[in-house]
Design a binder for this molecule. Structure first.
Ligand code: PMP
Length: 405
């Protein structure tokens, strides 16, 4: 049984108030709250183990290294990678994408070569490529979508050319909630012998991801969106690809031998991990992954699906409600506008009722242009969101709407 009350007790912040109202936290797309076990793991490690990893012969350093490398194994198991060599720790999704964009463009692309992205990408999966476009003269091609917010796979197919070198698309849209058919999209890319990166920032927290089953070449995500700490994320890459790519940053950890004449690089995954890693963060990330695994990703997905169906139905009862994103496969992210009420006004007034939602373009301005709007109000759910919270959201949105009527 999905014991939501028991789950909520694991998250101290959920029992606080804002403006004397119980907090209704519906901004999980931006970041998730942390269960006690995640924060405790960080405090415990700082107080009782803290030492730099991979360097010391002393006891604490070895203990910290063991924790750090055990976390890599936890991540490997969580996404079912073949080997821990394929798990690179980064600062988050953004750094993971930038790492691939920079090293892939440098080593695999020439002027005029093409990368396919989609119209619903987060800026991190657009601008990272544009930086390389400016440096190397590579070209971005964009998969369009229909009005329900579903990518058009026929159009995707037509974008492949002999110059296509990589596809980079999001698993789940952080604005529309669309769950893209990434397995099919990976298959289509591979039919053209093109590798593909999946931005899993909004996928990993909400569903079981198996990188071998998907056959993704790269899969990236952030710890803080999956109930883990800020400042740590993951780049999964097939070993064959990671081997081909040059180092991203230079420094300690990523080298084998250094002289002024020649430096040789460390083996995978350390080749991509220059400098002291956030080893406290990786321990806490592993705790978070163990935490969601214990609840069960399938159970979390089922709970959030039920909430999404319920919220869509209830929100649509509000007059002049416009929902952006009605894909058949949709996760717990709902973007909306009501009548002519500015998203910022709606968000500010909901905040006064204790309801935390996100407003604005959600780092997806090209998608806003496609939708012909400047921004939306976005409610995004997590494993601890309740039906009662959705009722409060609906009542709040109705109340604000009546104020403007
Ligand atoms: N991609 C998507 C789809 C996202 O939702 C986000 C975070 N909003 C990112 C990338 C960037 O993640 P981060 O800021 O943690 O690097």
């Amino acid at each position: 049984m999905y014991d939501i009350q028991k789950i909520r007790e694991d998250f101290p912040i959920l029992s606080r108030t804002v403006y004397d109202k119980p907090l209704i936290y519906l901004d999980n797309g931006a970041t998730t709250q942390k269960p006690r076990c995640v924060v405790d793991a960080m405090v415990d490690e700082y107080y009782s183990v803290n030492a730099n990893v991979h360097r010391g012969v002393h006891f604490l350093s070895q203990q910290a290294t063991n924790l750090h490398e055990a976390s890599r194994e936890t991540v490997r198991r969580f996404i079912n990678a073949r080997s821990t060599s394929e798990i690179v720790f980064t600062r988050g999704t953004t750094e993971s994408i930038n790492l691939v964009a920079a090293t892939f463009a440098d080593s695999q692309m020439k002027e005029g070569d093409e990368v396919i992205v989609s119209v619903m990408e987060h800026h991190s999966n657009i601008v990272s490529w544009q930086l390389q476009a400016a440096r190397k003269g590579i070209v971005l091609k964009v998969i369009p979508m229909n009005d329900k917010g579903e990518l058009l796979l026929d159009e995707y197919e037509k974008l492949f050319s002999p110059r296509t070198r990589l596809v980079s698309v999001t698993h789940v849209s952080n604005v529309l909630g669309t769950i893209n058919p990434v397995k099919k999209m990976i298959e289509m890319a591979h039919a053209h012998n093109v590798p593909i990166l999946i931005d899993g920032a909004q996928g990993i927290p909400h569903m079981k991801v198996d990188v071998q089953d998907l056959d993704a070449d790269f899969y990236v995500f952030s710890g803080h969106k999956v109930y883990g700490p800020t400042g740590v994320g993951v780049l999964y890459g097939k070993e064959a690809w990671l081997d081909k790519l040059p180092p991203y940053q230079g420094g300690g950890e990523m080298i084998q031998n250094v002289s002024f004449e020649k430096t040789t690089f460390n083996e995978l995954p350390f080749k991509f991990e220059a400098g002291t890693p956030d080893y406290i963060g990786t321990t806490a990330l592993a705790k978070a992954l163990d935490y969601v695994s214990a609840i069960g990703m399938e159970n979390i997905a089922a709970h959030e699906h039920e909430l999404t169906v319920y919220a869509m139905q209830r929100l649509k009862e509000i007059p002049e409600m416009r929902i952006f994103g009605e894909a058949e496969h949709k996760g717990g992210v709902i973007s909306f506008l009501v009548g002519n009420i500015h998203h910022f006004d709606m968000g500010t007034l909901l905040d006064r009722l204790g309801i935390a939602v996100r407003t604005g373009h959600h780092c997806a301005e090209p998608l806003m242009h496609r939708l012909g709007i400047e921004g939306t109000v976005r409610a995004s759910f997590g494993l601890y969101t309740t039906k009662e919270e959705i009722d409060t959201l609906v009542a709040g949105v109705s109340r604000v709407s009546r104020m403007f009527a």
